[in-house]
Design a protein around this ligand. Structure first.
Ligand code: PBG
Length: 338
C-alpha cells in the first residue's frame, strides 16, 4: 500500500466528514449473520436463574431455552451454543453424564428441533460440566489422561449428533480429539455434522464467570490437586503454537476453527484467519462480557457503544463470526439500525 501525496493535498478527514461518507468507506461491518448466542441450560421448567458474575445472563430451563431459540430466530441470530449446568449429583469422576442421551443439552437440542426452529445448534464437547473435579478430561495419577479422555469425548459427540446438534465444538484441548470425533461421526451416519474446533484455546483467567455459570468453579478449586487447565489449554505467551494447533485440527477434519478468549487475543484471530483462510470464529468470553457489563452498569462506559465497538473489532481482526453473550442486545440494535 502506498500513500499518495501529502498534506494539504491529502486531508484524511474528508472521508470522515459525514455519516454517509463514513458508511461508504467503512471496511468492516458487524451484521446479524456474525452472531452466535451462548445459552446456559438448567433442569426444571419455567426457570430463569441469574448468573451473579454475568449481569443480564440467566441459566434457563429447557422450555425457556426453546423460547430463547425462538427469540434468536426472530432477531435473526443464526445459531445458539448450549452449555449445561449439570446437577451436582450427576457429576462424577468419569463424567459419564456427558454421554447420557437424556442429558440436559441433548434434551434441549431435541426440544429446539421438535419446535421446528431453523436455528443452528452448537454443542460443546468437553467433560467439565460433568466431572466432579471440573476438568475437561479424566484425571489419572495427577494428570489429564489424553487418550482415555478422547474415548469419552467420542461417546459424548455421538449422543450429541444423535440428538440433532448441527455443530460440535470440542473445547477440551486434548491432542487428536478432532480426528477421533470426525472418524466416529463418519462411521456412524453423521458425516454431515459440522465441527467447530476450539483450536486455539488459551488457559485464561477470563473464563471465571462461565465456570460460575456451569458450576465447575467449586470443583476446580476445592477437590483438586490440579487446580488449573494449563497442561491442556494454551499458554497465553504463545502465538506460533496457535498455528500448529489450527493446522492439526483442520487436518483432522474440523470445518471451522475458533480462537478463545477474544479481545485479548485479536492478534491470534488475525494470524489464524490470514494464514488458513478458513472460517475463523472468536469467543468473546464470560470475563470479557463481565468487564464491559460491570463498567457499563457502574456508569463508567456506554454499554451499547462499547459492545458494538468490541464486536466490530473482532470483524476487523478477521473473525467470520463471534460467540457473544451480547448477541440478543447486539442483534436488536442491528435490527433497529436497519
Ligand atoms: C469448557 C468451556 C469453557 C468455556 C467454554 N467451554 C471453560 C473452560 O475451559 O474452563 C469458556 C466460555 C466463557 O468463559 O464464556 N471447556
Amino acid at each position: 500500500m502506498t500513500a499518495v501525496g501529502g498534506y494539504p493535498d491529502v486531508r484524511m478527514r474528508r472521508t470522515r466528514s459525514s455519516k454517509w461518507m463514513r458508511r461508504l468507506v467503512a471496511e468492516h461491518r458487524l451484521s446479524l449473520d456474525d452472531l452466535i448466542w451462548p445459552l446456559f441450560v438448567v433442569e426444571g421448567t419455567n426457570k430463569r436463574a441469574p448468573v451473579a458474575s454475568m449481569p443480564g445472563v440467566e441459566r434457563l430451563s429447557i422450555d425457556n431455552v426453546v423460547a430463547a431459540a425462538e427469540q434468536a430466530l426472530e432477531l435473526g441470530i443464526p445459531a445458539v451454543a448450549l452449555f449445561p449446568n449439570t446437577d451436582a449429583k450427576l457429576r462424577s469422576d468419569d463424567g459419564r453424564e456427558s454421554y447420557n442421551p437424556e442429558n440436559l443439552v441433548c434434551r434441549a437440542t431435541r426440544a429446539i428441533k421438535e419446535a421446528g426452529l431453523d436455528v443452528g445448534i452448537i454443542l460443546d464437547v468437553a467433560l467439565d460440566p460433568y466431572t466432579s473435579h471440573g476438568h475437561d478430561g479424566l484425571v489419572r495419577d495427577g494428570d489429564i489422561a489424553n487418550d482415555e479422555t478422547i474415548e469419552v469425548l467420542v461417546r459424548q459427540s455421538l449422543v450429541q449428533a444423535e440428538a440433532g446438534a448441527d455443530v460440535l465444538a470440542p473445547s477440551d484441548m486434548m491432542d487428536g480429539r478432532i480426528g477421533a470425533i470426525r472418524a466416529a461421526l463418519e462411521s456412524n451416519g453423521h458425516a454431515g455434522t459440522l465441527i467447530m474446533a476450539y483450536a486455539a484455546k488459551y488457559a485464561s483467567a477470563f473464563y471465571g464467570p462461565f465456570r460460575d455459570a456451569v458450576g465447575s468453579t467449586v470443583q476446580l478449586a476445592s477437590q483438586n490437586t490440579i487446580r488449573d487447565k494449563r497442561s491442556y489449554q494454551m499458554d497465553p505467551a504463545n502465538t506460533d503454537e496457535s498455528l500448529r494447533e489450527v493446522a492439526l485440527d483442520l487436518a483432522e477434519g474440523a470445518d471451522m476453527v475458533m480462537v478463545k478468549p477474544g479481545m485479548p487475543y485479536l492478534d491470534i484471530v488475525r494470524r489464524v484467519s490470514e494464514t488458513f483462510g478458513v472460517p475463523t470464529f472468536a469467543y468473546q468470553v464470560s470475563g470479557e462480557y463481565a468487564m464491559l457489563k460491570a463498567a457499563a452498569d457502574a456508569g463508567w462506559l456506554d454499554a451499547d457503544a462499547v459492545m458494538m465497538e468490541s464486536l466490530l473489532a473482532f470483524k476487523r481482526a478477521g473473525a467470520r463470526g463471534i460467540l457473544t453473550y451480547f448477541a440478543p442486545r447486539a442483534a436488536a440494535l442491528l435490527k433497529s439500525m436497519g
